[in-house]
Design a protein around this ligand. Structure first.
Ligand code: ADP
Ligand code: ASP
Ligand code: MG
Length: 820
């Protein structure tokens, strides 16, 4: 014998009903089956709404219409596919049930209250209709069916809306039905009957419990709970998309998980099956071939998947929680105050979800469900009547809209760093922990936080505990040469970095016109196509909203533009929680005030601001300079060839190439900007020099740098680039002269950036002899010579290609890794 339970999610529509009937009839050949069904999803919610006596007639009609619509659709669609299906009697049954329901609800309105037996009747209509429909489907397939009436057979005690079933008596009751071995047994879930044979219910989501009871009563070999997920996960997979499926779990732990909020299983389900040692499998109706989760008497907590620490099973949450605080300086004089609270409240079946007290007993916090607040306050006021009257107890403080997040595992407090992991991750996301407690069973740690932070916090804690990868969420601005190459470098390295436990997600790619967004990570094989199809516009305010509303661990903005508008937003990027990596020089060369504000903001918000490629592209200049200064070296002066294009042009002169031809060649080889005047003006070199000077501590502005432009002033007036190239020839003679003059003394010409001993900065053409480290710098190479207290008389020289998309993108990439 096997018991199968299908939840509301498995009975949403006609196709699902027929699919479930196929699962049943495919399985019937091997052994007898007993089937427990819930109401189709949403039905119970509509029914619950109608138990409120304050509901108005319109709302009643709407709810009834919705229920009718769902059931009629199911029945009509089944009839379309199965013409022999007993359509008429079922439609009649639906109508009768709804008419009866309406009458009862109107009487509730008149009564101005909904007694529990009426409540139980109303909310259980869905299960009754599910069974009638399934009986008709199976009959149409020529299977014989026996229906167990749970009102008569499942003897229950306790609250009529949250009953407990007496398994021993119920087994005897069920045994008394002589069920033919070949019949399929059907039973509506959620429902039982008390001693007076009155209909009661087992609590919301209680069909799981019904199925466990039936499995125990029928001494079933196995229980299967069919739902809409592949089994029990380390966290609700609808919240944490990368939650891991737990293949095997013990009764104890599955009980803890469900008790603390894993909706996939009702908390009462485990006890009956554990008592009779019946294994239970959670399976997905949409994926019947999946293995599911086996709940059994196993010590094997969790299959040892590399990324999952062996002793943490999962994370759950409960919403609609309220925390009550009772405190007083006198409270320690009240005998056994904690006991009195616990016993008075628990006597009334109020669930104290968590309790903490100060060691002096002068302060007590405990959590209950919001729906039990008024009852609890009433009980407490009664219990502490005397103390309240004599001002021994302060007024009870109430904090609403909270949630409890629980981390469940084996001997959890022995888990290394578990508390520090929770604290650090919540601190990182600025979530305040209002209370923390360790469950009596040693299997659970629960924390109380404000409900609005629940989703973020669950995701963050799950990530911290189950994923030891360091995640980076990247928003790339600018997809010109450097941006594009960076994307292809990232694509190439993603798997390598994954092996090193660094997970890179490109969440956004933007240029000045468009934005492509995917928080799960853009597919780098297809980004270009998807980018051009995207109709989102880049707007940082939207990205900010995304950051606020989603769990993002390590957001980084990479600026590969040369845009002033983007550079002006760095302070906002940093203060909104992004690290900033940039190859754009504009921010660092703005006013010194802005330069400083960026750094202060990065410091205050604990974000990295990295710009290694601002000087010398991929060469590790800024980082080394910072290290030098941090370790106590004193900067003295600097000389360097800071421009790849000018290194090329001046190097060509050494080969007797004319100045104009050298420039044409540099342009052809892609060493210059599209308009070579941008290089020849010297402004770009001045910008780099400014960044270096500020880096070593000089408070200077771009205007303070003396620039010797390579071009005479009149070149400014030439607007046409072709005309400019022609005019350039007129400079050839001048440069021949300068070159030959230098050559006479064994020197060459170089375009050099200088910071002298007094901090004065200049950019100029210099004659350089062979002892100078810049003498051999040509072909687009950069060289930077730092003279410092430690590095003299020979300077520290950094030399290499200082321009080009590949090296610049690689420099940005390495900055990216330095944000971790
Ligand atoms: P049914 O209608 O089949 O009873 P439920 O909605 O009651 O389905 O339960 C299934 C849902 O439980 C899943 O869709 C999932 O969102 C939720 N859930 C919560 N926690 C977990 C968990 N740890 N593992 C799997 N599912 C979970
Ligand atoms: N239909 C009931 C509910 O929604 C019982 C169940 O689905 O388990 O709570
Ligand atoms: Mg359920």
């Amino acid at each position: 014998m096997k018991v199968l339970k299908f939840g509301g999610t498995s009975l949403k529509n006609a196709d699902k009903f027929l699919h479930v009937s196929d699962i049943i009839t495919n399985d019937i050949k091997k052994e007898q089956l007993a089937i427990v069904l819930s109401a189709p999803s949403k039905i119970t919610n509509y029914l619950v709404k109608m138990t409120n006596h304050k509901i108005n007639n319109d709302e009643i009609s709407n709810n009834i219409q919705e229920i009718k619509y769902i059931f009629n659709n199911i029945v009509n669609d089944i009839y379309q596919k199965k013409p022999k299906f007993l359509y008429q009697p079922i439609i009649q049954l639906i109508n009768d049930q709804l008419i009866q329901l309406k009458k009862i609800i109107y009487s509730v309105q008149i009564l101005k209250t909904c007694p529990k037996n009426i409540y139980a009747f109303i909310v259980s209509r869905g299960e009754i209709l599910s069974i009638a429909i399934m009986e008709a489907i199976l009959t149409e397939k020529n299977y014989a069916v026996t229906i167990i009436n749970p009102i008569k057979k499942l003897l229950s005690t306790g609250d009529k809306l949250d009953s407990i079933v007496d398994i021993e008596q119920s087994s005897i009751n069920i045994e008394s039905i002589k069920i033919p071995k070949t019949n399929i047994i059907l039973m509506p879930g959620f429902i039982a009957g008390n001693k007076k044979k009155e209909l009661v219910v087992l609590g919301r989501n209680g069909s799981d419990y019904s199925a466990a009871i039936l499995a125990a009563c029928l001494k079933a070999r196995k229980l299967e709970i069919w739902t809409d997920v592949d089994g029990i996960y380390t966290c609700d997979p609808r919240i944490v998309l990368n939650a891991c499926l737990i293949k095997k779990i013990s009764y104890q732990e599955s009980m803890e998980l469900s008790y603390f909020g894993a909706k996939v299983l009702h908390p009462k389900t485990i006890f009956p099956i554990m008592k009779f040692n019946i294994p239970c499998i959670i399976k997905n109706t949409n994926n019947p071939k999946g293995e599911g989760t086996l709940i059994s008497n196993t010590n094997n907590l969790i299959e040892k998947i590399d990324s999952i620490p062996a002793s943490i099973t999962g994370i759950t949450h409960l919403n609609d929680v309220i925390m009550l605080n009772i405190s007083s300086l006198e409270i320690k004089n009240i005998p056994k105050v904690t006991n009195r609270i616990l016993s008075s409240i628990e006597k009334h079946k109020i669930w104290i979800m968590l309790l903490t007290q100060s060691s002096s007993e002068s302060n007590l916090n405990f959590c209950i469900l919001e729906k039990q607040l008024s009852k609890t306050i009433y009980i407490l006021k009664n219990e502490f009547q005397l103390e309240i009257k004599n001002n021994l107890v302060s007024p009870i403080k109430i904090i609403k809209k909270l949630s409890i997040i629980s981390i469940i595992g084996k001997k959890i407090k022995l888990q290394s760093n578990i508390f520090s992991k929770i604290f650090s991750v919540l601190n990182h996301h600025q979530v305040k922990i209002l209370a923390i407690a360790q469950g009596s069973s040693d299997h659970t740690i629960s924390i109380v936080i404000n409900e609005k932070y629940t989703m973020h916090s669950i995701k963050a804690i799950h990530e911290k505990i189950f994923n030891d990868n360091q995640v980076m969420e990247i928003f790339l601005l600018g997809i010109g040469g450097v941006g594009k190459v960076l994307l292809s470098q990232l694509k190439k390295q993603i798997n390598y970095l994954k092996r090193k436990k660094i997970q890179i997600k490109i969440c956004g790619i933007a240029n000045s016109k468009k934005l492509l967004l995917n928080l799960q990570g853009i597919d780098l094989n297809a980004w270009e196509n998807n980018f051009y199809k995207s109709n989102l516009l880049f707007d940082f305010q939207e990205i900010k909203k995304i950051l606020k509303n989603n769990y993002i661990q390590h957001p980084i903005i990479i600026d590969c533009t040369s845009s002033q508008i983007i550079a002006d937003q760095y302070i906002e990027f940093l203060s909104s929680g992004f690290h900033v990596v940039t190859s754009n020089k504009k921010a660092n060369t703005q006013s010194y005030e802005y330069y400083q504000t960026i750094r202060k903001t990065a410091f205050v918000f604990q974000k990295k601001f990295l710009y290694e490629t601002n000087v010398g592209a991929g060469l590790p200049i800024i980082e080394n300079l910072q290290k030098l200064i941090s370790t106590g070296d004193k900067f003295l002066h600097f000389r360097g060839v800071l421009s790849g294009s000018l290194s090329f042009i001046f190097g060509e002169l050494d080969n007797n190439t004319s100045f104009s031809n050298a420039t044409i060649k540099a342009k052809k080889l892609g060493f210059t900007e599209p308009d070579p005047r941008d290089d020849l003006s010297g402004i770009d070199v001045a910008r780099k020099l400014l960044i270096l000077a500020r880096e070593v501590g000089y408070k200077i502005e771009l205007n303070d740098i003396k620039i010797e432009s390579i071009l005479p002033k009149y070149f400014d007036a030439i607007s046409d680039i072709n005309q400019f190239m022609v005019e350039l020839k007129k400079l050839d003679n001048l440069f021949y002269k300068k070159f030959n003059q230098a050559k006479k003394f064994g020197k060459v010409l170089r375009y050099v950036g200088i910071i002298d001993l007094s901090g004065e900065c200049q950019v100029r053409i210099e004659e350089i002899d062979e002892n100078d480290p810049l003498y051999k710098i040509k072909n687009g190479e950069n060289a930077l010579a730092f003279y410092s207290q430690y590095y003299q008389p020979m300077p520290l020289v950094l030399r290499g290609y200082g321009a080009g998309n590949n090296v610049t993108a690689a420099g940005v990439f390495s900055d990216l890794l330095r944000t971790l």
